[in-house]
Write a protein that binds this ligand. Structure first.
Ligand SMILES: O=c1ccn([C@@H]2O[C@H](COP(=O)(O)OP(=O)(O)O[C@H]3O[C@H](CO)[C@@H](O)[C@H](O)[C@H]3O)[C@@H](O)[C@H]2O)c(=O)[nH]1
Ligand SMILES: [Mn+2]
Length: 720
């Protein structure tokens, strides 16, 4: 019998091109930095220092980012071979964790859809368990999951019988899927369930007589009047039990378990990482699947065979014993055609991740990661710390004793003086627990794999207004700073503990908020000097001009090649991505640095601001049309709109200088930069003056921006 491969790996065809580019570009940058140094020595001024600083930060972040481009690889899996290599009876049990945190921002119907899509996985049902972690401590979410459990009994056999691929009902019924004898009936069951859940959501609670099962009524009694989201006892409810529940066709059902861990006002709960660690322990007691899959509540399965793809790595007889997790890149379902907010995160999820995969492996992206349980939670340690025996019997009855222990391990004080969060489980100390956890695992010598099938394994939602987008990015980059300025700094500790190139990848990500320095300098300094008729760059006729042109075109050209030519993105999406980079650079990044500094000086604390998954119909129509959504008076908009106004002023002034004094040669670069910012600012001008709809820039922000821009321009004339 010929050897059947479960997966293959090949170096990316662009490796050599990348390396040659890196070397050439490095030479050009060195020349530039040399020029800057000479300038500072020959004519020291705040301007020459600022320009040096901007290019120095750009250089540092560019250099660290080259580690992503050094050895990118491409992998393929052959799930069709799996059954010939491993007997289905040997498949490991799979525990899926779905995190939700707030029923008002994360509609329970959406969470239920995610759960249904994985409950219906093409995987031996008796080996599948789904745990819902509800950090919102919401009876509405529990109610939604009772409904989910009932509906699943019809949904799972239906999907299996007809080989449905889209197993999230909302996605399935939202498209033209053809029709089978049961389709109409199932559809109306789904619609009814959805409206019952939505009615309860609307009312913000339910009355006990909506619940018929006596056992579940007892659970709901836990929601006493002093039960709040931040202070409440543990609630665990087994909604589907593999040993007892049968679907409408008589088949076994997967386990479905609702868990809302104990919360106490006076105890840090460590956000999502804390929730996931509770899930690791509760599931460890109940089903103890050797493989765990982590999902965000909005990341539904888009391919029922995804676990088999992950098994192609885990079950490979020649698998690397150090393999810790398999990551499926985040992909998104509701992005508009040109992706105006760059929500696809194409560079991170589809370009840079291939580069890390060629080193030690992709980073964990918070969702879509299949972990080996013993790698993430060190079972032996778990047993040792609390003396509880971890059982490996998969067919365990979910009995009363197990429930008592489960309540114990979900309590706030359980982790006191244990290594949970520091050495075991998902790691604490940052709000971007995903990157940090994989960084620590890579430091410990574990490896990971990126599984990037053509058809997305999971699809999630993304924010559909600019304020949410900027806030989300700000949160990530605050979390990244927490990772960098920490005992396990990627640049100091990381470089010593793992492949240094991989550590530089983490360094790059965690320091990206410093991009705000060059972006802010280039968005204001050349413009303000143009307004004051001070040339600061090489003349078009100088040699230095050629260097600037090469660096600019090289950077943008390489980015374009990676995004459009190699990764198959559209030109408009590429353009919008570079535009968002400027906006992040003016807003999310500096605010991340600022708020992180406040926190470091003990002046404030920050939490995990959950991204809203609620779809506002009116807003959505504008989003679909590719129109920017401002709408709220957010200070995050201010630096962007101020920059857009300053560039407008400076361009006008620059053109006047050219027309009246013929100074094109010396002002060309500054005029070009102002023009470039203006072209990128088009949505802002529209939002500030041309639009009348609800999503336009609020008048307050517009006026404040214009006033600030005017003030800055006047001030600059006193300085220069
Ligand atoms: O205290 C908390 C806060 C959040 N969550 C859950 O965490 C997930 C991610 O939250 P979301 O608001 O959607 O944040 P995003 O910025 O979209 O999340 C990205 O970034 C996070 C790290 O900042 C990762 O955890 C996520 O997986 C990744 O998708 C959601 O399912 C939440 O319900 C909790 O369970 N408990
Ligand atoms: Mn999210």
């Amino acid at each position: 019998m010929p050897t059947l491969f479960l997966h293959s790996i090949k170096p990316s065809s662009k490796t050599w091109f990348n390396r040659i580019f890196t070397l050439t570009y490095t030479i050009a940058i060195s020349l530039l930095l040399f020029q800057h140094t000479q300038n500072i020595i020959n004519s020291p001024s705040s301007i020459s220092v600022a320009l040096f600083l901007a290019d120095f930060v750009l250089t540092f972040l560019w250099l660290t980012s080259q580690s992503f481009h050094w050895n990118p690889i491409e992998r393929t899996v052959f799930p069709e071979n799996l059954k010939h290599v491993v007997n289905e009876s040997e498949y490991p049990a799979l525990d899926v964790f779905i995190c939700t945190a707030d029923p008002t921002k994360e509609p329970p119907v959406g969470v239920v859809n995610t759960a249904l899509s994985v409950l219906a996985y093409e995987y031996p049902t008796e080996k599948l368990s789904v745990y819902v972690s509800d950090d919102g401590g919401s009876e509405v979410t529990l109610y939604a999951f009772m409904e989910c459990a009932k509906f699943a009994k019809s949904w799972i056999p239906y999907c299996r019988k007809y080989g449905v691929v889209d197993r999230a009902p909302e996605a399935y019924f939202g498209m033209d899927t053809g029709s089978y004898p049961e389709t109409d009936e199932i559809k109306s069951m789904y619609e009814n369930m959805k409206s019952r859940v939505e009615a309860v959501v609307e009312r913000g609670g339910l009355s006990l007589d909506q619940v018929t099962e006596p056992e579940v009524r007892d659970t709901f009694r836990k929601w006493t009047p002093d039960f709040t989201r931040r202070h409440h006892p543990t609630v665990i409810q087994i909604l589907l039990d593999n040993n007892a529940d049968k679907d409408v066709a008589g088949g076994v059902m997967p386990n479905l378990i609702y868990v809302s861990r104990e919360k106490n006002n006076n105890k840090p709960h460590n956000f999502k990482a804390g929730a996931l660690n509770v899930m690791l322990r509760v599931s460890g007691l109940m089903t103890n699947g050797p493989i765990v899959l982590v999902l965000d509540c909005d990341m539904y399965s888009n391919d029922p065979e995804t676990p088999l793809r992950a098994l192609c790595y885990f079950m490979d007889p020649n698998a690397d014993p150090k393999l810790g997790f398999v990551q499926f890149p985040q992909r998104f379902s509701s992005i508009n055609k040109t992706d105006i907010y760059a929500s696809e995160f194409k560079p991170e999820t589809q370009i840079l991740s291939l580069g890390m995969d060629g080193l030690l492996g992709a980073q964990f992206m918070g969702t879509g990661g299949f972990f080996k349980r013993n790698v993430i939670s060190h079972e032996s340690l778990f047993g040792v710390t609390k003396g509880s025996t971890v059982q490996t019997d998969l067919k365990r009855v979910l009995n009363k004793d197990v429930l008592v222990s489960a309540n114990e391990v979900a309590s706030c004080s359980y982790e006191d003086s244990t290594k949970w969060g520091s050495e075991i489980g998902f790691r604490y100390g940052t709000i971007t627990e995903d990157t940090y956890t994989s960084f620590r695992l890579h430091c410990e010598g574990w490896k990971s794999v990126l599984c990037n099938p053509k058809r997305a394994a999971f699809l999630g939602g993304s924010p559909s207004n600019l304020n949410d987008v900027l806030t989300q990015i700000k949160r990530w980059y605050m979390g990244f700073l927490e990772i960098f300025f920490n005992k396990y700094c990627p640049l100091i500790y990381g470089v010593r503990s793992m492949n240094p190139l991989q550590a530089l990848c983490y360094t790059h990500y965690t320091l990206r908020s410093f991009w705000s320095i060059p972006v802010i300098i280039y968005a204001f300094v050349p413009q303000l000097l143009l307004i004051n008729s001070v040339p600061i760059f090489a003349k078009v006729s100088d040699n230095g001009f050629f260097l600037y042109t090469f660096l600019f075109l090289g950077a943008y050209g390489k980015d374009f090649l990676d995004f459009v030519v190699f990764a198959g993105g559209s030109t408009l999406r590429w353009w919008n991505h570079q535009r968002m980079w400027l906006m992040w650079g003016l807003s999310s990044y500096p605010f991340a640095l600022f708020e992180w500094s406040l926190k470091s000086f003990g002046l404030s604390t920050f939490g995990f601001n959950v991204t809203s998954k609620v779809v506002d119909e009116e807003q959505n129509i504008r989003y679909e049309q590719g129109v920017f959504e401002f709408g709220v008076e957010s200070v995050l908009f201010l630096p962007i709109s101020v920059a857009s106004v300053v560039s407008l002023f400076s361009l006008v002034k620059g053109v006047m200088d050219v027309v009246m004094n013929g100074r094109l040669d010396e002002f060309f670069v500054q005029i070009f930069i102002s023009g470039f910012v203006m072209v990128n600012s088009w949505p802002l001008y529209e939002g500030m003056v041309l639009r009348k709809d609800k999503g336009k820039m609020p008048l307050m922000i517009t006026l404040a921006s214009i006033a600030t821009a005017v003030a800055i321009c006047f001030l600059s004339s006193t300085v220069f």
